[in-house]
Design a protein around this ligand. Structure first.
Ligand code: VG1
Ligand code: CO
Length: 550
């Protein structure tokens, strides 16, 4: 075994997006592609350090969502790590660790950082996507400052330092070595499960299943399966088969592991049956997203965050109340109303979990959420799918109510924020960029303009001023806000790997309880038309409607 220094040439396009570097598998398997990126990451960590320290002598956590190329990528990263001064790696057995589990392991063992191999909700398999992201010592996604430094390094990287050691056995628990670097293969579930035991009343949850509570969790053939099975069926005594699609598969069984009503149609159909279980839920590829479903009733992620905030004190881990809450800008303002009533702060951040890290670290917020089926808390620094499921189950147990009745009661108390996201996928990159350029150009003329009964009160390109470290993130999405609190938001996705995806977010507030039962798309139809009128979506994209509306 020797450490080699191998010349390399920079590869264009290695800039991380909303959540790490995501590309087609066919791109990632090109010689040097993964190596160049990881070497650049290690170079940056060694040069600038993190909290003033380099990588030398440090411990990293490594694991992924089990998608195609996960196992091969693990071996490559271990050989690079050993050659770049890492002393120890905690590796999930089989190369498996969910995103929230990586965060939990980093925090529990107080290590330097971790690498997650995942393209999250993107499809997998040889023709699908692969991804890599770095998490820092707080357990959270690397900040933009760090990812930009890594990107800069990928443009000048000239040398790889890599060991020629043979592959290690990643399926067996215990200690192995790559050069002088220790690799400890760990149980991917244990530390995470221990953390869940601290936050939730497992006796209460066990009692629910013992008394016949029924549930269906769709793991979408992704990494959440082993976690949900171990905790729900293993520890809490849920009947066998409560978790479906529980076996992680390299191509997610051909499913699109994105838990929304369109992609999890099987769960939605199941929950609409007359013999539907009490509670349904689904998770995404790396198990950080969640969708919550009642009997024939889907909960929007924005409402979910608002309800969790309103009832948090019912859950043991949050019995003392919340320090504050945060939501991404496109997420509906339902949670804002709850925060106001509770007298706690509510922060609005750009899209992507990395923006919540500083607020959580500074003790300004306890719960966070995004409209994209993500909720989480200060227990880790990532969104967390199974945690959200256990949280909701705890609310159902503590109140004895159904999912639907809790949501309807919430709307009566706070009003309903009708909400939808329209995705226009596969748009030509130039057309999508031009749409945003043209839209930004008309913004100054919009305030005061009337559209039907509504008047625009604010039209801007959202910029975030981080209240903790003072960093500023500009151009985070165009928003139009109206005098009746309706909002229309436009931004381009930062996680796709083909063409561009325009995301259009529509929201309107309905305080009148007799008007809270309109079909969502119908309730927001006038706002969709308004969005097209202002931005010329059909004109720019050539599409008459979204490819996905959730
Ligand atoms: C999407 C979501 C965003 C989420 C991100 C990562 O990003 O909109 O809310 O944080 O995915 O989620 P974008 O840039 O495509 O809109 V995951 O579960 O794919 O890591
Ligand atoms: Co995810």
């Amino acid at each position: 075994m020797t450490i080699q220094t191998i010349p390399t040439t920079p590869i264009a396009g290695q800039r991380p997006g909303t959540s790490g570097l995501r590309k087609k598998v066919t791109v990632f398997v090109q010689p040097g592609y993964l190596e160049n990126f990881v070497q650049s990451l290690f170079d940056v960590l060694n040069a600038t350090g993190q909290d003033g320290q380099g990588l030398k002598g440090q411990t990293l956590v490594l694991g992924g969502d089990g998608r195609y190329h996960n196992r091969a990528a693990v071996q490559t990263i271990l050989k690079l790590a050993a050659a770049n001064g890492v002393q120890r790696v905690l590796l999930g057995q089989g190369g498996i660790l969910s995103t929230p589990a990586v965060s939990a392991v980093i925090r529990k063992h107080q290590v330097f950082g971790g690498i997650v191999l995942s393209a999250s909700h993107n499809p997998g398999g040889p023709e699908g996507d692969f991804g890599i992201k770095y998490n820092a010592s707080n357990g959270g996604p690397a900040t933009e400052t760090l990812t930009e430094a890594v990107y800069a390094r990928t443009q000048i990287v000239r040398e790889l330092r890599i060991s020629d050691a043979p592959d290690i056995v990643i399926d067996t628990l215990g200690l192995q070595w790559v050069e002088q670097m220790q690799v400890e293969v760990i149980d991917p579930v244990a530390d995470y499960a221990a953390l869940m035991r601290e936050l939730f009343d497992f006796d209460l949850l066990r009692g629910m299943f013992a008394r016949g509570f029924t549930m269906r969790v769709d793991a979408m053939c992704a990494v959440g399966g082993p976690y949900a099975q171990a905790i729900l069926e293993g520890e809490l005594g849920a009947p066998r088969g409560t978790v479906v699609n529980a076996q992680p598969l390299e191509d997610f069984g051909g499913l699109h592991p994105d838990p929304n009503p369109v992609n999890a149609e099987d769960l939605i159909a199941h929950m609409a049956r007359t013999d539907a279980p009490d509670f349904g839920a689904a998770m995404d590829g790396d198990a950080d997203r969640n969708m919550v479903v009642g009997r024939d009733f889907v909960v929007t992620p924005s409402d979910s965050l608002a309800l969790m905030t309103a009832h948090a004190r019912l859950v043991p881990g949050y019995k003392d109340g919340l320090l504050g809450v945060a939501r991404s800008m496109p997420t509906s303002a339902a949670v804002d109303r709850v925060a106001k009533k509770l007298g706690i702060a509510c922060f609005e951040t750009p899209t992507g979990w990395k923006f919540f890290g500083n607020l959580l670290d500074a003790g300004k917020v306890t719960l966070c959420g995004e409209e994209s089926y993500g909720t989480g808390s200060s227990h880790v620094r990532e969104k967390d799918g199974l945690w959200a499921i256990l949280f909701w189950m705890s609310l159902l147990g503590a109140t004895g109510r159904s999912v639907e009745s809790l949501v309807r009661e919430h709307w009566q108390t706070y009003g309903r924020n009708y909400y939808t996201r329209h995705d226009y996928e596969g748009v030509a990159v130039e057309a999508a960029n031009q749409l945003m350029v043209d839209l930004r150009a008309v913004l100054p003329g919009l305030p005061g303009q009337k559209f039907g009964t509504r008047t625009v009160t604010l039209a801007d390109d959202f910029a975030y001023d981080d209240p903790v470290d003072g960093s500023i993130s500009k151009a985070q999405g165009v928003r139009l806000i109206f005098d009746d609190a309706a909002r229309v938001i436009f931004r381009l996705s930062g996680t796709g790997t083909e063409g561009a995806t325009l995301r259009l977010y529509l929201e309107r507030y309905e305080p009148n309880p007799t008007q809270q039962d309109i079909a969502v798309q119908q309730a927001l139809r006038d706002l969709a038309a308004l969005a097209d009128q202002v931005a010329g979506i059909a004109r720019h994209t050539g599409m008459n409607g979204p490819t996905v509306a959730t």
